[in-house]
Design a protein around this ligand. Structure first.
Ligand code: PA5
Length: 431
């Protein structure tokens, strides 16, 4: 079985081997502090050994609940914000059809990640016509956006099905004992799953937070966990920087940052990875952007964005580096047909698969960006499957922690997100 891999050839002209190796001691200290749980925010390191320690019975429970939901719902509404929905959405969008579902799987809609009235009224309009269940995810149930959405949706589902049936269509994922959502769930008798105490929101995709919505779409969650567990073994065991891709990625990002590359653009050449990039942006943005420091995580989907952001990347301020998510093999086979008239001049690529053309776009773009002063890293993903997405998740999580520690910040808190809330609550007159 292959693994995901990291290719750093596109940064070699900027960094020396010695510079990379100068991080050896720091990386080893970070590794030891993570294993011994002595670093900053160590009480949130539960994700570090999570994939290998998810009990069989939890997986069974999640799969059985998912089957129950699928049996009576053509739509599932996932209510949550930030780490409470992005991981699930990332995996679901990477691994299910990008087009309206035709395969009998329930549609997944999302709520509670914005406060747009238009969005919500459209959502309620759709739910009027669908049979649906709700999965509501919040550590304490008091985060404003999902709390508002859940209040509205509870109202809707209770009117639609009656209070009793509504209770059996609401599933909550929340703290094991504290908070408004736990209290309500106990009172109403909702089926409830627990968010572990030692796993923060943005690291929680492999807990029920991500696994239940993912399982509802028919994705093989055991394969997802297997991929993550194999990465866990690989990355937690061998600390040598060049051999450990999470350490290598973390070190290189920090070196590039020190050299003035303050923006990292994550680029994928398939829209299926758009939400994986959104998840990565949250993971790195919320973990690293602290104390006036941090690499700004941005995202693009190419070749789409080569016709918009491509100009900026090629020619704008030279403070960026790029990380490319390279899917090495695609399953759907689409070949470009021959055309006798060849008015569009495409016969020179007739007979080629779209993935062959995409591969050349990747190569050509990376060369152009490197020539234009944008160094690039490549993360090779053998194919989009639950196993490799699982590998990718664990790789990014571990690299994020190492990278934030190298930067000198606590990867697991997010004090900055309180500022907008304080103002909003004051403006709303919250007692
Ligand atoms: O990563 C995080 O901790 C945050 O993004 C949270 O997941 C997000 O704010 C939602 O929090 P909660 O689950 O408490 O509603």
């Amino acid at each position: 079985m292959q693994n995901i891999s990291l290719n750093i050839e596109g940064v070699r002209s900027l960094l020396t081997e010695d510079e990379i190796n100068s991080f050896t001691e720091k990386v080893s200290d970070i590794h030891n502090s993570m294993i011994k749980r002595t670093g900053r925010g160590a009480e949130f390191l539960g994700w570090l050994n999570l994939p290998s320690s998810i009990p069989e019975y939890s997986i069974r429970d999640i799969k059985e609940t998912a089957l129950k939901i699928r049996a009576n719902s053509d739509t599932i509404v996932v209510v949550g914000i930030g780490g409470s929905y992005l991981g699930a959405r990332a995996v679901i969008e990477a691994l299910t059809s990008s087009l309206p579902s035709v395969n009998g799987n329930p549609a997944v809609l999302y709520a509670g990640n914005n406060i747009s009235e238009d969005y919500f009224s459209e959502l309620l309009g759709v739910l009027d016509k669908m049979s649906y269940s709700i999965i509501v995810i919040s550590k304490y149930g008091t985060t404003t956006e999902p709390a508002i959405a859940f209040r509205l949706l509870r109202n809707h589902i209770e009117k639609k099905y009656g209070k009793e049936e509504a209770k059996s269509r609401i599933y909550s994922i929340t703290d094991k004992e504290k908070g408004a959502l736990k209290k309500l769930s106990d009172e109403e008798g909702y089926t409830t799953f627990v968010i572990p105490d030692d796993v923060g929101g943005r690291f929680s995709v492999l807990t029920p937070v991500g696994l239940l919505p993912i399982a509802c779409t028919g994705i093989d969650i055991e394969e997802l966990i297997n991929g993550a567990a194999d990465m866990e073994t690989l990355l937690n065991d061998d600390q040598e920087i060049e051999k450990n891709i999470s350490n290598l990625y973390a070190v290189i990002r920090n070196l590039l940052y020190e050299k003035g590359k303050a923006i990292e653009i994550m680029a994928a050449y398939t829209p299926k990875l758009q939400y994986l990039i959104e998840w990565w942006k949250q993971l790195y943005g919320e973990s690293e952007g602290k104390n006036g420091k941090g690499i700004f995580p941005a995202g693009v989907i190419y070749t789409t964005d080569l016709h918009s952001m491509g100009q900026m990347v090629q020619d704008g301020v030279r403070n960026i580096f790029e990380t490319v998510l390279n899917v090495q093999s695609e399953k759907g086979i689409v070949t470009i047909p021959e055309d006798p008239n060849d008015l569009d001049g495409l016969n020179y690529i007739a007979g080629k698969r779209l993935s062959d053309v995409n591969a050349k776009a990747i190569k050509g773009t990376m060369m152009a960006h490197l020539d234009g002063g944008v160094p690039n890293l490549v993360i090779n993903i053998p194919e989009l499957s639950p196993y490799y997405i699982g590998q990718l998740i664990f790789f990014f999580e571990r690299a994020c922690a190492v990278s934030a520690y190298l930067l000198g910040v606590n990867p697991f808190d997010q004090p900055g997100v309180e500022a907008y809330k304080k103002n909003m609550f004051k403006l709303l007159g919250k007692p």
